[in-house]
Design a protein around this ligand. Structure first.
Ligand code: SAM
Length: 254
C-alpha cells in the first residue's frame, strides 16, 4: 500500500510512523510511506501556507495552491491515488469498518489541516473523502491521519504477528474483545478466572465468547443490534440476558 501524507509538521508524522507494527510494515515493504512538507509547495520567500479568511473572523486558513500543488506532484511521482482523504472534524466518522475498507485500497493520500482548517476548494476539488476521528477538535490533522494510518496498516496482511488477534478483537464482528490476563495467575490475591488455567480449550473458547457478549451488552449495547452473531453466540446472548434479568429481579426484591 502507498501512503502519502501532506503536512506542515513532517517530523511529527514521521515519528508516528517510526515505531512498532507500523515501522515493521514499512521496513518489510508492505507500506511505502512518504511524508510531504506542505511548505515545499509554496512560491513565496516566507514559504507561507496560510492566509486570512475572506469575510473576516479569527484565525488563518490553509491556502489552496500549496495543497493542490502537493497532490499534483504526488499524482505525477506516485500515480493516481485510490483516495485523497481530508482530515476534518466535519467528516464521516472513522470506524473499524472504515479501516477495513481503506485497508483494501492501494494508495491513500492524507491532507492534514491546521489553524481554522483548509480552503473549501480543497474539499470540493481535491479530496475524495473527508474523515473525522471523533467529535472533538484537534489542533491539526496529523494525529488524525496517524490514527487512521495505524488502524489501516495493522489490517494489512502480515503486519500483525499473529493474525488471529485481529479476528477476535473489538469491533471486528460487532463485539468488544473478551478480557485478557497474563502471569502471574495470582497477583496480590487477585486471581485469574479458573477456566483460563484449566487447559480445557472448548471451555476457554466458550468463556471468552460469553465474556465478549457480556462486555458488549454492558458497555456498548447498541453494537449488538448490527453484530453478526452465530447460533452459539445468539444462545450465549440469551443466557447472559437471562442472568442479568435474574440479577435485576433479585435487586428489586432486596
Ligand atoms: N474550524 C474547524 C471546524 O470547526 O470544523 C476546525 C479546524 S481544526 C482546529 C484544524 C485541523 O485539525 C482540521 O482542518 C483537521 O485537519 C484537523 N482536525 C481537527 N479535529 C479533527 C477530528 N476530530 N478529526 C479529524 N481531523 C481533525
Amino acid at each position: 500500500m502507498k501512503l502519502d501524507i501532506i503536512t506542515i509538521f513532517p517530523r511529527l508524522v514521521e515519528s508516528g510512523l517510526g515505531d512498532g507494527i507500523v515501522r515493521r510494515a514499512v521496513e518489510r515493504g508492505r507500506v511505502d510511506a512518504r511524508v510531504w512538507d506542505l511548505r515545499d509547495f509554496t512560491e513565496d520567500r516566507h514559504r507561507s501556507v496560510d492566509d486570512v479568511a475572506f469575510g473576516g473572523g479569527p484565525g488563518m486558513v490553509l491556502k489552496p495552491a500549496p495543497i493542490f500543488g502537493a497532490v499534483d506532484r504526488i499524482r505525477r511521482d506516485r500515480g493516481e491515488p485510490s483516495a485523497v482523504v481530508l482530515t476534518s472534524p466535519q467528516g464521516r466518522r472513522f470506524t473499524q469498518a472504515e479501516a477495513q475498507r481503506l485497508s483494501g485500497l492501494a494508495h491513500l493520500v492524507f491532507i492534514c489541516g491546521r489553524y481554522e482548517g483548509v480552503d473549501e476548494r480543497v474539499r470540493e476539488h481535491v479530496a475524495t473523502e473527508e474523515l473525522s476521528i471523533g467529535d472533538y477538535v484537534l489542533t491539526g490533522g496529523e494525529l488524525a491521519a496517524l490514527v487512521v494510518c495505524d488502524a489501516v496498516i495493522r489490517l494489512l496482511p502480515g503486519a500483525v504477528g499473529d493474525e488471529r488477534s485481529i479476528e477476535t478483537e473489538s469491533f471486528n464482528r460487532g463485539l468488544l474483545d473478551y478480557s485478557q490476563y497474563t502471569r502471574p495467575a495470582d497477583f496480590r490475591g487477585l486471581k485469574v478466572p479458573e477456566v483460563l488455567l484449566s487447559g480445557h480449550h472448548a471451555a476457554i473458547r466458550q468463556w471468552r465468547r460469553r465474556e465478549a457478549i457480556r462486555r458488549t451488552l454492558e458497555r456498548r449495547p447498541e453494537l449488538l443490534e448490527s453484530a453478526s452473531l452465530d447460533v452459539e453466540e445468539q444462545q450465549l446472548l440469551r443466557e447472559v440476558l437471562e442472568e442479568r434479568k435474574g440479577a435485576n429481579d433479585g435487586d428489586t426484591r432486596d
